[in-house]
Design a protein around this ligand. Structure first.
Ligand code: RIB
Ligand code: CA
Length: 313
């Protein structure tokens, strides 16, 4: 599609990552230049394989998938197999992928794409720990000014944490990488738990994916069943948050979200509050605003968009 927005999807699939990637493939407004896998929900050998399996599910054997960092920048990896399953894609029985994993390291590819595409033309859609992106920025600081926008799922402020009392998983796994990304100077937009916890995949919304009548819809209805992860007290209703597709939905329909341009920092020193993101929502400090922190979501519109796009696959 002429004028499609060029994006790199950096991801740790991951059930919700899978839905996000499928929605991106279904959207001609987006030109997915590459998928770069990172360790997070499960180890890198699973996340890169899952990324290829998701590409094949969408009929995108042409997509270039790269493996990136297999551990956080400065800490050991903490996975979320209890959430996403041993392979990271519990639910559908996807066949092992046969499309190739590209040989280049994902970090090198992120740098190369940002240096060769016109400056300001490529957006980074980050769905997992920010390890690959921070490593690329550290190795090639010149790319920061060439990034159109970094839109990431991660963080929490008013909502508190999902992996500790105060930290969201993607940031908790690699808080040092998050700190480096938040300080890089690029345009940054965060999709924190403050919005994703209001994007609940209810049984009705899950059945809308099934109604697509295609393999992607069937797989997504299995990926989002999450029956064992209901927590009405936590989420204020039936259903389980569908985090990562918020990044893609924002790229497609930004008006589904609302937030504020604030200073966003992350705790990296304290083990008690490691990975806590601190949004200076009321500008209590003189720290310069560096990120748009989203706090509102039109959940009905979000799931309408996702269901409509998935039906196109
Ligand atoms: O906290 C939710 C995030 O952590 C999502 O990106 C999910 O896929 C996991 O990576
Ligand atoms: Ca993810």
């Amino acid at each position: 599609m002429p004028g499609a927005r060029k994006i790199i999807i950096d991801t740790d699939p991951g059930q919700d990552d899978a839905v996000a990637i499928l929605a991106a493939f279904a959207s001609p407004e987006l030109d997915v230049l590459a998928i770069t896998a990172v360790a997070g929900n499960v180890g890198l050998h699973h996340t890169e394989r899952n990324a290829r399996a998701i590409c094949e599910l969408a009929g995108r054997r042409d997509m270039r998938v790269f493996a990136g960092c297999d551990r956080p920048t400065r800490r050991p990896l903490m996975e979320a197999r209890h959430v996403h399953g041993e392979t990271g894609l519990d639910g559908p029985d996807l066949p092992p992928p046969t499309m190739p994993l590209q040989p280049e390291h994902a970090v090198d590819v992120i740098i190369e794409i940002l240096r060769t595409e016109p400056s300001g033309s490529v957006t980074l859609a980050a769905l997992g720990p920010l390890t690959n992106i921070a490593t690329a920025l550290g190795r090639a600081p010149d790319i920061a000014s060439r990034i159109a926008e970094i839109v990431f799922m991660g963080g929490a402020y008013f909502e508190l944490g999902n992996v500790t009392p105060v930290a969201e998983f993607n940031i908790y796994v690699d808080p040092d990488a998050a700190a480096d990304v938040f300080a890089c100077g690029a345009k940054i937009t965060s999709m924190p738990l403050d919005v994703t916890h209001r994007a609940l995949a209810t049984p009705e919304r899950v059945s809308a994916f099934q109604a697509a009548g295609n393999p992607a819809g069937a797989a997504i209805s299995q990926l989002t069943a999450f029956r064992d992860r209901q927590d009405p007290e936590r989420y204020g209703g039936i259903g389980v948050p569908l985090h990562d597709p918020c990044v893609i939905a924002y790229l497609l329909e930004p008006d589904l979200f609302a937030g504020r341009f604030v200073n966003l920092e992350v705790e990296t020193g304290s083990e008690l509050t490691r990975g806590m993101t601190v949004a200076d929502w009321w500008r209590r400090t003189d720290r310069q605003p560096n990120a748009t922190f989203m706090r509102e979501i039109d959940a009905e519109g979000y799931f309408r968009l996702l269901a409509e796009r998935i039906a196109r696959l």
